[in-house]
Structure formats: C-alpha cells, structure tokens
Design a protein around this ligand. Sequence first.
Ligand SMILES: [Zn+2]
Length: 175
Amino acid sequence: MTTPSGRIERAITGFHCDEDGEWVAELSCGHGQHVRHNPPFQLREWVMDEQGRNEKLGAQLTCPLCDRAELPNGLTLVRSSPEWNEHTIPAGLLRDHRIAAGTWGQITVHHGQLRFTLRTTPELDVIVGPDSTQAIPPEIEHVVHPLGAVRFSIHFLSIPRQNPGVELPPHVSDE
Ligand SMILES: [Zn+2]
C-alpha cells in the first residue's frame, strides 16, 4: 500500500486515452495518471499496444494525488455519518484506522476544529476548520483528534469502476 519510503501506491485497474491521445492509467484509488511513451525521456513502449497494457493491470504505481489526499473526480456518495462532536466521536476514529478499498472519506467540519493526520511519510497533518473539508484516501492509516468543541460528519464516497469487465489479479481488492 505504501512504498518503503512511505509513498502511497495504487494498482492499475484500466487505461483510457485522453483527448490528446495520451494514455492514462486508471488507478484503484479513482485517480488517473498519464503513462507516456516519450522516447528518449520515458520508455514505456508497452503502453502503445493492448497486450502490453493488459499485462500491466494490477501493477502498482505511486500516486502523488493520494499522498496529498486529493479527492478524485466522479465519486458517488454512499452514506454519511451522523453529526458527531468531541463527546460522541467514535473511539475508533481516535486511533489509527483505515477506510476499506474502493471508498474515500470526506470529513466536513461544521463548527470548531479538528486535527487530521494521514500516516504517510512525511505525515500529512492538517487542522480542519469550520466549513472546510478534508478527504481521506482508502486503505491508508489515519487518525482524527478534536481540538476543543467541534461538530463534524464524514461522507463516504465510492469509486466507480471504469472497466468493470476487466479481471484483476487476486491481490487487487474491489470492495
Ligand atoms: Zn490516488
């Protein structure tokens, strides 16, 4: 899930061509990443043919957008938590925990402040203030701490599979 240096890695779940004809790898986190064959700078001849791309399904790429906890486009809201405060916050949120594969979280603070820490290297450590949001990437350990009186809720958003017909290697989760 993370490289030895603490960067987030995601499995390739599919490919598509963008409007400029460049190949984009679709990652299990919902982000896309250009995979260019641009000799002599980037040699990825495999991306030019379908068999080469199919062989890369399930391979891991580091995802800088996940390192920055940027919410991907095109997610679907599946459920929302109740509104919690510093007394009703579930104990599990105060310990390191992670969201299942295929689902992003989005913390919305309605009042007060909380601290959000994502266990990457270096850690992403953010104070989330009133009327602002913080995205939580799937499968990455994180922890939440109220900073005094706070009211907040969490939306859970699922990642659409762009190629539901693609068979992934068994280590790729598809919850
Ligand atoms: Zn990502």
